[in-house]
Design a protein around this ligand. Sequence first.
Ligand code: ACM
Ligand code: ZN
Length: 532
Amino acid sequence: MKKLSALFAITFLITAPELLISQTKETSIMPRPVEITQQKGSFKITDKTLILVNNSVTAGKDAGIFDQYLSQYYGKSLEVSQNMQTKARAIKLYDVNDITLPDDAYRMSITPDSIRIEGKGAGVFYALQSLRQLLPAAKGAEIEVPCLQIYDYPHYQWRGMHLDVCRHFFTPLEVKKYIDLIAFYKMNVFHWHLTDDQGWRITIDKYPKLTSVGGYRSGTLIGRYTETNQKFDTIRYGGYYTKEDIRDIVRYASDRHILVVPEIEMPGHSMAAIAAYPEFSCTGGKFEVAKLWGVFDDVYCTKDATINFLEDVLTEVMELFPGKYIHIGGDECPKTRWKTCPNCQAVMKREGLKDENELQSYFVRTIEKFVNSKGKTIIGWDEILEGGLAPNAVVMSWRGSDGGIAAAKQNHKVVMCPGKYCYLDHYQGDRATEPLAIGGYTSTEKVYSYDPIPKDLSPEQYKYILGAQGNIWTEYIGDYKKVEYMALPRMIALSEVLWLPADKKNYADFVLRLKKHLAQLDMMGINYAKPK
Ligand code: ACM
Ligand code: ZN
């Protein structure tokens, strides 16, 4: 395999030299810029270098974050100034609103005298991420970056990473580290999976037991899931985020041009919630917060009282998350209880619904109406197609691409995350040597090969594909270092899938850059799976 990819690299060098030379020999920017040309010479960043900002709050924040990075890893703290006329050697940042530029585009020109960056939207921030990746991979090193010209912009508008904080909990500081990674690769959505059977992780003032009861389980499955002979530890496990934690994380993400999409699961994956408030189930309980992984028959009852409860919950959620999207889950909801529940059957009769799939659709549509009335849009896993799609819902296609295709054909927006390419909880190498994972096999190369546009959509239809995301479910990921290990390097591959048009991708070139890039992760103390 190694020999083959080397051969491929050589062929590629011969056929498209202008594209590769700067990338392979000198720079290792991830994701690869759309256009990059390297020139002779270099720019030195010293303590005397200024960062100049053209009177823009956003660029000012971008500059501050970059400066903080320089200080942390290279011991340099640069002065940030708004005096653009100064003759000093400087990194000059300009927020521009040029309608001829694509969204979030930037231009960066590095010459021996200055670094000039013009960016639209998140463009200045993205340029500074590219610049970070040009810095030496050694703490405290002298900084010299090669002269070059970059013109760059993202292909997809949704470049996301998901994190399940329910199966295992990650502290606010760890969540921020994850956001740092998302930012470093110019991704722009953090899908925060906040509620599930094994834990409810977001404070809701009106229903304090969601966290005091639902936030903790009395044990956890030991080892891999099995149908029989399950063994559990007896360690109380849990945690949750206060509203202040959440506001702080949302602000932190926003400063890094990342939208946070909260997920509040319904009607399934709700054991933690109904353990706290069994009156919102079909049978009334009694339940405990799940210690086992999987799918559970006890789910929210579809009666009006539950809908009112969830609307109260969502009201508090929407106050915390200023973004447009609220993810309402919708996956893996068994209909077992609904079939024998008098309340659910009465709702079906009242609403004229012919089966439990339509009941699920009614449930989602009712919630959608409420969320829409607050000016927000719902997202749901592809099961929300069953029984009829809610009128304005965005579909997240995870059981392959079919759900995404069906939704796009109905003119609904879609985020792609088919398991085969985008589930980063799968194994990424040989099971015999890899740490325990949920199953599957999704190598970095497999992720890199992904094309979010399914073949059988017309150009009219594929404009509904917003982009894609990597999902990290954490049944078998008990600590943050393992989150990094599962994310990297696969999320880097995904970032490039989403940044470049498909015809500009080249795996051999990616592998060459990756080698150099990993040294920078080492410098930052970030864990990753070593490429084989
Ligand atoms: C999912 O993986 N159940 C969306
Ligand atoms: Zn019911």
